[in-house]
Design a protein around this ligand. Structure first.
Ligand SMILES: [Mg+2]
Length: 250
């Protein structure tokens, strides 16, 4: 019989398992997280860690394999995909229909025709969301961002357009990390009280709503720390290890 307090840890990737800035992986800490998962899967004595990210599904699959999660679905592209490690298949949310995908194609077309010539780039590898970047963040925030919002409104494209530190994120309004976790719950049968969440920025507030216990690494934004049950003293992957130690004592 399982004696663990929680069944799963749903962990954001950037700013939690690795740096936000593209720096090298902290392999020593990730190896210890992988050992945690190996013990979890073998003995069912601690929760298994999976990922929940805005990144494309290929990156989520790679991180899932790196941390040794061979059993639980991973949530990718801000809820657009679940990736199943057992079958190595990725599954688009069935609530995304061809009309939604036409809106995505419309926005991508606008990027290629109008934004790309002005130095804006689009993050590759996404299927049902659009992420834009420009080296001049002020230009992105002051000019591109209001233009994209207006364009979506004019065309009735159902996007939630938001600005993070360096990116414009356009996500379908009915899809989020929260809807991804709802799918995860119905597949696994785990209720909120069996789940721990870990996140560092505002899109992770959707994780907070879906879990019984929520924690942050030290580098998390203040608005995320404010709703956490536990804040680690260390940043990123070291902070995640600290959180795993903390919850094992609960
Ligand atoms: Mg993050």
């Amino acid at each position: 019989m399982s004696t663990r307090t929680f069944d799963a840890v749903i962990c954001d990737i950037d700013g939690c398992l690795c740096g936000e800035d593209g720096s090298p992986f902290d392999l020593a800490s990730l190896a210890r997280i992988r050992e945690h998962n190996e013990q979890s899967i073998k003995h069912q004595d601690r929760p298994t860690i999976t990922v929940c990210t805005g990144r494309p599904v290929g990156f989520a699959e790679a991180m899932t394999r790196l941390i040794g999660n061979s059993v639980l679905p991973a949530i990718a592209e801000m809820g657009v995909y679940l990736h199943h490690p057992e079958s190595a298949q990725s599954e688009l949310d069935p609530a995304i229909d061809s009309g939604h995908l036409q809106s995505v194609a419309g926005l991508e077309g606008h990027f290629h025709e109008n934004l790309k010539p002005t130095g804006v780039t689009m993050q590759p590898g996404k299927s049902a969301s659009v992420t834009l970047w420009h080296e001049n963040t002020e230009h992105l925030r002051g000019s591109v961002y209001p233009g994209v919002r207006e364009l979506c409104e004019q065309n009735s494209w159902p996007f939630r357009v938001s600005m993070s530190w360096f990116y414009i994120n356009c996500d379908l309004t009915h899809i989020s990390k929260g809807t991804g976790i709802e799918r995860f719950k119905s597949l696994t049968g785990f209720g909120s009280d069996r789940l721990v969440g870990i996140g560092d920025t505002s899109s992770d507030l959707e994780i907070r709503k879906q879990v019984g216990f929520f924690a942050c690494p030290a580098n998390a934004h203040d608005d995320v720390k404010a709703v956490a049950d536990y804040v680690a003293s260390k940043p990123e992957a070291e902070g995640v290890l600290e959180i795993l130690g903390h919850i094992s004592a609960l």
